[in-house]
Design a protein around this ligand. Structure first.
Ligand SMILES: NC(=O)c1ccc[n+]([C@@H]2O[C@H](COP(=O)([O-])OP(=O)(O)OC[C@H]3O[C@@H](n4cnc5c(N)ncnc54)[C@H](O)[C@@H]3O)[C@@H](O)[C@H]2O)c1
Length: 398
């Protein structure tokens, strides 16, 4: 059997939520030999009809119908944050394997309920996509694990985007409902830093800011994570549509395609939108977004890793090593599917076919949520927060 099970009958996949993330995963799954798209669900008819037509698949208005579809063996859940827990439990109860978008849930209690449902119904769960699945992050993780650059000391991840000024639904601007960067964006950085540093965060000190009262949720944040083993991670994010880190990443966008840098453009475009919620629904829905495979590797801002004998950076097409002998590029073949999402699909296929535990299982996803909640708490309470639910890459408790 090939690692992604391409030589076996493909896994029937259902997509819950045909919005921005759903559309990207549809394209990734369509290009993946281990899966066949069977059905999708979304309350909006536009993306439903486009999906059914493009993939000769069934499209439902409700997730309850999707999980009852006998040809659907696995469900990718990319519905809004508040639905992650109920939809994941529903899928598990119907015996469907699950890929669940980040954040796994909004509370640790909901994470526990998902983990219990997955165990009770004996299905597999991968919490993703996050940028920890990106091939360049996995390569840096391997280099660290093999000790090639000596002891890991520091991970520096910083990302400046237009996140807060893309059209948003009201709950996406309300932290208590899972809105803002701490639930939506920073989990990418947490997950990546955890994978690189072995998984177990000991403590968090952070300051997050709400800089625009008209978008009253956290839009910028600086967090210092202390890892078991002594490494530190500095995570900085700003979504205020001023500086754009992609300017420093070769003019390439998050998913790996060339991108025109247009500072302030999202803010100006939003100012002219008459109905923000309608714009949110229509702009990124399946059918309105292009599905071209990217020319370069995906990335999330700038990630620089410092070890005793050198630094590493996720580059446009792989990893660049800045060692004692000078600079060295390690290219990563792009392959025929969508890097990052392909690895998510691979991990679920391996779990279903061979029982191999995915690194990003329920306990891993819960540990990332714990760090996100600790960032919020540290910022609000002005103190360091100690963590209690961490797990290592090998699944052992922290
Ligand atoms: N991993 C990534 O890189 C990435 C990128 C974008 C979004 N996301 C995640 O994906 C999820 C969705 O975000 P998005 O940006 O695609 O949002 P979106 O609003 O573009 O898409 C969500 C879709 O879910 C649909 N929906 C709403 N309620 C539903 C319900 N009850 N049942 C079925 N469908 C329902 C909406 O109509 C919409 O089409 C979030 O968890 C977000 O954090 C992840």
């Amino acid at each position: 059997m090939t690692p992604n099970g391409a030589d076996l009958a493909p896994i029937g996949l259902g997509i819950a939520g045909l919005g921005m993330a759903g559309a990207v995963m549809v394209h990734a799954a369509a290009a993946h030999p281990g899966y066949v798209l069977k059905a999708g669900a979304d309350p909006h008819p536009g993306p439903r009809e486009a999906f059914a037509r493009d993939h000769n698949a069934r499209a439902y208005a409700d997730v309850t119908e999707l999980v009852a579809d006998p040809e659907v063996q696995a469900v990718y859940i990319a519905t809004p944050h508040q639905f992650h827990a109920p939809h994941a439990k529903l899928a598990a109860e119907h015996g469907k394997h699950i890929i669940l978008e980040k954040p796994m849930a909004l509370t640790l209690a909901d994470c526990d309920a998902i983990i219990a449902a997955v165990e009770r119904h004996k299905v597999h769960l991968v919490v993703g996509h996050t940028h920890a699945f990106d091939p360049n992050v996995r390569l840096m993780r391997d280099i660290i694990a093999r000790g090639e650059l000596g002891r890991l000391g520091l991970i520096n991840s910083f990302n400046y985007t237009n996140f807060l000024y893309r059209p948003r639904r009201p709950e996406e601007l309300d932290t208590s409902k899972g809105g803002g960067i701490l639930f939506n964006q920073v989990p990418h950085q947490i997950d990546t830093a955890r994978l690189l540093a072995g998984g177990v965060v000991k403590s968090v000190r952070a300051l997050a800011s709400v800089l625009d009262p008209s978008r009253p949720t956290e839009g910028s944040c600086a967090a210092l994570l202390q890892f078991d083993g002594g490494a530190a991670a500095s995570l900085v994010y700003s979504g205020y549509d001023h500086f754009d880190t992609d300017e420093w990443h070769f003019g390439i966008g998050e998913r790996g395609s060339p991108k025109p840098i247009a500072h302030g453009a999202a803010r100006r475009s939003l100012a002219s939108a008459k109905d923000e919620t309608k714009a949110r629904t229509e702009t990124f829905a399946y059918g309105n977004t292009a599905g071209a495979l990217p020319q370069h590797q995906p990335h999330f801002g700038i990630t620089i890793v410092t070890c005793a004998n050198g630094d590493m950076r996720a580059s446009a097409d792989g990893v660049t090593i800045y060692g004692r002998e000078g600079l060295r590029d390690i290219p990563i073949p792009r392959g025929g599917s969508m890097p990052g999402r392909r690895e998510v699909l691979d991990d679920l296929a391996a779990a279903i076919r061979t029982g191999k535990r995915p690194v990003h299982d329920g306990r891993w996803g819960k540990a990332t949520v714990e760090v996100a909640l600790a960032i919020l708490r540290s910022s609000r309470e002005g103190r360091e927060v100690m963590l209690e639910h961490q797990v290592a890459v090998d699944g052992s408790p922290g």
